[in-house]
Design a binder for this molecule. Sequence first.
Ligand SMILES: [Fe+2]
Ligand SMILES: [Fe+2]
Length: 186
Amino acid sequence: MAKSSTKQQPGNAYSAGVASKDSMLKSFFEDELKDIYWAEKNIVKTLPKMKKAATSEKLQQAFEDHMQQTQTHVQRLEQVFEILGKKAQAKKCDAMAGIIEEGKGIIEETEKGTATRDVGLILAAQKVEHYEISTYGGLAQLATTLGLEDVANVLKQTLEEEKQTDVLLTEIAESDVNYEAAGEEE
Ligand SMILES: [Fe+2]
Ligand SMILES: [Fe+2]
């Protein structure tokens, strides 16, 4: 106990619930914003490819709609950087790069025009959404901790849209794509 307290610098406002202007937490927060900014920008590029690869019209439409939404997500992050007085900067997000790579692999490994490919695309898309949901959920919480309520509100708007997209993808899978795929022979 005594050891860890020596690391604490005097004046760190733990009690206020708001980190000091240039706290370690704030720079960590800004770093994570750069990560999700990279992710969103790359999702904008990936969604048209997913739409093109999809067969179900509902799924194509869902990818189209979410592509438009994702452009807004990019803009919202730019708005957040602006509020923070920082330049909008992207930093490669290895996790999202991996999920996108996996999605490409699914397209390569499945046949065009099959519901099986659609199942794969939905699975890949839901991994993207879940990554975003956990990121925005955590970042909105951190923004509140840092006393940045306006930033938290912007992040929460995107969080809600990611959640809705995830639900929509589940609905498309459950309502027809999965059953159709189950009937496809090799
Ligand atoms: Fe997004
Ligand atoms: Fe998303």
